[in-house]
Design a protein around this ligand. Structure first.
Ligand code: FAD
Ligand code: FO1
Length: 452
């Protein structure tokens, strides 16, 4: 049922009697979740109960209350949906003093006498570190299942890809074998005896920065994600090819937060888009972003160790940016001036205000937003760090391979090619306000951010 190319063994322990644990992290959903499906199969084969465990880290790559609130409200629903299927849910509150999520998971697995542990795949360093810690301690077999990518990241390519054009054929060759509908998760015969999570206490105990408020325009959780997807397919997909780069057209899916937290399956999105009545051109344009662009980001983070650093950008870009690192800048802003949207550029300030107020920036403006940080920072390295810091602090969909690849594309030419050389940018693709003016009504976009 689960293609073995989606599964990696993280230790060599022998299977034994005991409950099956799914250590949920990246894919926070019940349906269309290969990792949960695999754990369910193990529980049936071993005639054991199934328990989902979520280890809540006290801090996560600069995440604030805005992101934790969205995630925890989604997990609250996940606990209910699992309960309806007689699948247990345990939330472990982890602190560095206690050794972190990997240690906590291993401790829980040992106390529960786990017979098998399954987790979901992520290329991010923090996630890999947690799993190394757990693998060193677990006495039960430990499996990792890629439930996030349609084509499993490690099967799509064995190396860092140069660009979408080199990656696309590898994805397309395998898509038919992996873009398949998945059977629903069946209920277990009986539920393990577990106390419900005290969500009020969990949310109250969070020691994260609460100055970045939760958003209200997007409802968290697996059910809201499905509704949102259905509305996008019904009302917006048809216009996607023509309107997706127009930030005043409200023409994109706004699914990235659901996909980031795994509250929605990319495979499910792709299947429903493919079977819709929308024009082929819009389906193709959307699937290119959802499948090729998104899974190319995992490829980058899986094979470029420095994915979240200026050093990780392609050599040609690094050389060119260094050559222009001392060029005079038209303007120079501190991270705080960027954060408070206090530049001379009304259009850039509007994009930053969109980020501050709504936790998102329209995809087209996001490129302009990052490139101007390159243009008005004292050095390309500082620009890279400022863009990532703001993106991961304020964006709902931040702390994601797409963000690392997005910043590296904008500032470091990742997955792009050299362009006509110019001051400060070197050979990095240039964008300016008049280019935006030609594409959409800039004044309308600026006005909208004032009213948010
Ligand atoms: P749609 O246009 O509806 O696309 C559907 C899905 O395809 C998206 O949800 C997303 O999962 C994927 N996708 C779309 N564009 C891209 C892209 N360029 N690269 C990779 N996947 C893509 N995306 C994030 O998920 N998190 C981030 O932190 C993030 N940071 C970015 C930073 C910069 C500087 C740039 C240039 C891009 C960044 N992106 C990020 C990629 C992209 O901007 C967003 O995924 C997209 O705007 C989300 O809006 P949407 O869901 O309406 O996208
Ligand atoms: N995953 C976890 O397993 N535990 C956490 O405490 C946790 C916090 C968190 C905060 C913000 C955010 O954007 C994601 C968070 N994640 C957490 C999930 C996260 O998406 C993935 O586990 C990693 O990104 C690995 O890809």
């Amino acid at each position: 049922m689960i293609d073995p190319r989606c599964i990696s063994r993280l230790n060599e322990a022998e299977e034994k009697e005991g409950p099956v644990i799914y250590w949920m992290s990246r894919d926070q959903r019940v349906q269309h979740n290969r990792a949960l499906l695999f754990a369910r199969m193990k529980a049936t084969a071993l005639h054991q109960p199934l328990i989902v465990v979520f280890t809540l880290a006290t801090s996560f790559i600069g995440a604030t209350f805005r992101q934790y609130h969205f995630m925890l409200e989604g997990l609250r629903e996940t606990e209910n949906l699992l309960g309806e299927l007689n699948i247990g849910f345990v939330l472990l509150q982890c602190s560095p003093e206690m050794g972190g999520p990997g240690m906590e998971l291993a401790r829980y697995a040992s106390s529960a006498g786990a017979g098998c542990v399954v987790t979901d795949y992520s290329p991010l360093r923090i996630s890999q570190q947690w799993k190394r810690e757990a693998a060193a301690l677990l006495k039960a077999p430990f499996y990792e299942v890629d439930a996030h990518n349609i084509v499993p990241c490690l099967a799509a390519s064995g190396k860092q890809e140069y660009a979408a054009r080199t990656f696309r054929p590898k994805i397309n060759r395998l898509l038919g074998e992996f873009l398949l509908s998945q059977p629903p998760i069946e209920a277990m015969p009986q539920a393990p005896e577990l106390p419900p999570v005290n969500w009020t206490e969990v949310i109250g105990n969070l020691s994260v920065d609460r100055t970045v408020a939760p958003v209200t325009w997007l409802k968290p959780g697996e059910r809201a994600a499905e509704e949102h997807l259905n509305l996008f397919i019904k009302n917006k997909l048809a216009g996607y090819a023509d309107l997706r780069n127009n930030p005043t057209a409200d023409a994109t899916s706004l699914l990235s937060t659901y996909l980031h937290f795994g509250q929605l399956s990319a495979g499910q999105v792709a299947l429903e888009v493919q079977s819709s009545q929308a024009p082929e051109e819009s389906k193709a344009a959307f699937l290119e972003e959802l499948i090729v662009r998104r899974e190319l980001s995992d490829n980058y983070c899986a094979y470029q160790k420095r994915y979240d650093a200026y050093e990780g950008v392609p050599g040609w870009a690094h050389t060119s940016l260094e050559k222009h690192a001392l060029d005079p800048r038209d303007a120079i802003y501190t991270p705080l001036e960027f954060e408070t949207a206090a530049t001379h550029d009304r259009l850039w300030n509007a994009a930053q205000k969109e980020l501050l107020n709504t936790g998102k920036i329209h995809g087209y403006m996001r490129m302009y937003w990052a490139k101007k940080i390159l243009e008005w920072s004292p050095s390309p390295r500082e620009a890279f760090e400022t863009a990532l810091w703001l993106n991961d602090r304020y964006a709902l969909d931040g702390r994601d391979p797409n963000g690392y690849a997005g910043v590296a594309w904008s500032i470091g030419g990742l997955h792009d090619r050299p362009w006509f050389e110019r001051p400060v940018y070197g050979k990095i693709r240039y964008m300016n306000a008049s280019g935006c003016q030609r594409k959409f009504d800039v004044e309308r976009y600026i006005a909208r951010q004032e009213t948010v």
